[in-house]
Design a binder for this molecule. Structure first.
Ligand SMILES: *[C@@H]1O[C@H](CO)[C@@H](O)[C@H](O)[C@H]1NC(C)=O
Ligand SMILES: *[C@@H]1O[C@H](CO)[C@@H](O)[C@H](O)[C@H]1NC(C)=O
Ligand SMILES: *[C@@H]1O[C@H](CO)[C@@H](O)[C@H](O)[C@H]1NC(C)=O
Ligand SMILES: *[C@@H]1O[C@H](CO)[C@@H](O)[C@H](O)[C@H]1NC(C)=O
Length: 322
């Protein structure tokens, strides 16, 4: 009986091992490309020192990748004559920095050809952006493989417009198997970066369709935004966390609570008990709790519909399938 029990636990252990084989893990490249994470970090130090404004878009890239058919670098695939890829889908205004992935991939191909996926580079770049803007350095699981499909149509319903209400926001996160907490924590990424006026100008000039201003916006702040963003302005960029948009901190939550967030989807976080409580707490807190939570929520997001083992491929060039 005893030996049967130990056999059973042995079988269970083997089963668990083989199951975990099909997942991503910490240090996947430890033996096959030991310097992989270091190479990415090194490049990111150089890139952000020259082009700090890429921080926001590069962090956002991971979200745009993972929320559309999983974290498989499908966002990086270039359109061709018969493929309208995710890259060309409408909510691409907030995304730039594609060249960063080509540059890092090239470095990695020199060091360990055919080993490191573009999907993992996307995840590592996001992590390094956070660390290099004075946020937390959280461990990232690796071992994702690259997808071979990218279709602009897949974006619909997966990436939410900045005008989304709390119900729509919660629904998408829950559908992905993420939590309401992940929603509010990951929204905190708006602590760095800028936004185009067009993503929130309806709040300034046509909040309810009566040529009015959104009453939930702090009045002084609304005036300030109007002076920066004239109606139909498509080009001007505005700081998402004014005064500290280059620093990853809890500033975003302070702004949301004061009615000084840019998007309806930020303001929406005050319309649910759980998300509101979190915003209120972080607005008063030291960043320690948010920093810890952010690492966990990024791990959760980074696991969405990943390809592992024999699935997908390791792209040679992030912009093209092999
Ligand atoms: C962004 O999307 C628009 C609308 O689909 C498209 O016309 C434009 O080419 C895209 N931009 C890039 C850089 O792909
Ligand atoms: C491009 O289109 C072809 C044919 O429509 C399809 O087989 C292929 O998978 C597509 N490639 C991508 C990257 O979506
Ligand atoms: C929230 O947004 C969804 C999708 O746009 C819409 O169907 C729904 O009516 C909205 N809910 C409220 C309470 O406005
Ligand atoms: C304001 O919103 C209403 C209702 O959504 C719309 O019909 C109208 O065209 C908008 N006005 C402007 C100037 O965009």
């Amino acid at each position: 009986m005893l030996s049967f029990m130990s056999l059973l636990s042995f079988v269970t252990a083997v089963l668990l091992l083989s199951l975990s084989n099909a997942q991503i893990m910490f240090g996947f490249y430890k033996f096959v490309c030991p310097n992989a994470e270091y190479v990415v970090y090194n490049e990111m130090v150089d890139i952000l020192s020259v082009a700090p404004s890429l921080a926001g878009p590069l962090l956002r890239m991971h979200y745009h990748d993972c929320f559309v058919k999983g974290c498989d670098a499908s966002i990086l695939l270039n359109p061709t004559s018969n493929n309208v890829t995710e890259k060309v889908a409408a909510p691409n205004l907030s995304i730039r920095g594609y060249g960063v992935f080509d540059r890092i991939k090239e470095k990695l191909e020199e060091t360990c050809p055919g080993i490191v996926s573009c999907a993992d580079i996307v995840a590592l770049v996001a992590r390094d952006v956070v660390a290099l803007t004075h946020g937390p350095f959280y461990p990232v699981e690796t071992g994702r493989r690259d997808g071979t499909r990218s279709d602009a149509q897949d974006v619909i319903g997966n990436l939410l417009p900045s005008t989304s209400n709390i119900t729509a926001l919660k629904n998408v996160f829950l559908q992905k198997g993420l939590s309401i907490k992940d929603l509010v924590v990951l929204s905190g990424a708006h602590t760095i970066g800028t936004s185009h006026c067009s993503s929130f100008s309806s709040r300034l000039y046509n909040a309810t369709g009566q040529s009015d201003t959104d009453l939930t916006l702090d009045k002084t702040y609304a005036q300030k935004l109007k002076s920066k963003c004239k109606p139909n302005d498509q080009n001007t960029l505005v700081e998402m966390d004014p005064g500290s948009f280059k620093t990853f901190d809890v500033g975003y939550f302070k702004q949301v609570l004061k009615g000084r967030s840019l998007f309806l989807s930020d303001e929406a976080l005050l319309h649910d008990r759980e998300t509101r409580t979190y915003v209120e707490r972080q607005a008063m807190a030291s960043p320690a709790e948010f920093f810890k939570d952010f690492g966990i929520s990024m791990l959760n997001m980074g696991r969405l519909e990943v390809l592992t083992n024999e699935q997908g491929e390791i792209r040679k060039n992030c912009g093209f399938v092999n």
